[in-house]
Design a protein around this ligand. Structure first.
Ligand SMILES: [Zn+2]
Length: 216
């Protein structure tokens, strides 16, 4: 009898630890937070998801290994050989030459596609005029995969696939994503500028993305 009383006492103590009256353990599924389960089912536990910004491609940050934003290059000193460009880099390049198959490219913010097509130096190119006052540029894309001009894009939507190395889709470049962000809503195709001060209108894409809650 004494044993039963002690067990009851211990049970009362345990239930007293469940503060704020929340159901921590309904008894049906020991250890499972029923409220959390309900939230997951109803989607409520993902309420922070709306603040998460999509990176423009998987492993985007880790793959910026050759040309980060603002690096000065010329055919002589470029980390990419052979090199046909020179100047200060207006975007960041993420390298995918080692990845076989399709690499999806995603819009990083809500907006409207204002350019979709071939541009010298890029191959397939998309520019999105974003609702936040910036424009984002995605270069070296497979031309047949491009979302059309005028399309509305929601953050995280797939907008294209990367072009394969040394094809028309990359205008003869390796398989990589040139991603750039600039202030304003005009069309700006420049991949390099000749004076450092001309980088002023461009954002460091890494800083820009990291100012949000980026999905890595
Ligand atoms: Zn680039």
């Amino acid at each position: 009898m004494k044993k039963v009383v002690s067990i009851v006492f211990i049970l009362i103590l345990i239930s007293g630890c469940n503060s704020k009256g929340k159901i921590i353990n309904s008894g049906k599924n020991p250890g499972v937070n029923q409220q959390l389960v309900q939230d997951v089912v109803s989607g409520k536990s993902n309420q922070n998801e709306t603040d998460v910004i999509q990176a423009p491609a998987d492993e985007f940050f880790a793959r910026i290994t050759k040309k980060p934003f603002s690096i000065y290059i010329s055919p002589k000193i470029s980390p990419v050989q052979p090199e046909k460009f020179s100047g200060y880099h207006t975007g960041a390049d993420a390298e995918y030459a080692d990845v076989g198959g399709d690499v999806d490219v995603f819009g990083v913010a809500d907006g409207t596609v204002v350019y979709s097509g071939f541009v010298n130096g890029y191959g397939g190119l998309i520019i999105i005029r974003q609702d936040d006052g910036y424009s984002s540029l995605y270069g070296h894309l497979k031309i047949t995969s491009l979302i059309k001009k005028g399309a509305d894009v929601k953050r995280g939507d797939k907008i294209a696939e990367l072009g394969e190395s040394f094809s028309q889709d990359t205008d003869g470049e390796r398989k990589h994503l040139h991603f750039a962000v600039y202030k304003g809503d005009g069309l700006n195709f420049k991949g390099y500028v000749q004076n450092k001060k001309d980088l002023a209108g461009w954002q460091d894409p890494v800083d820009y993305l990291k100012s949000f809650n980026v999905r890595l």
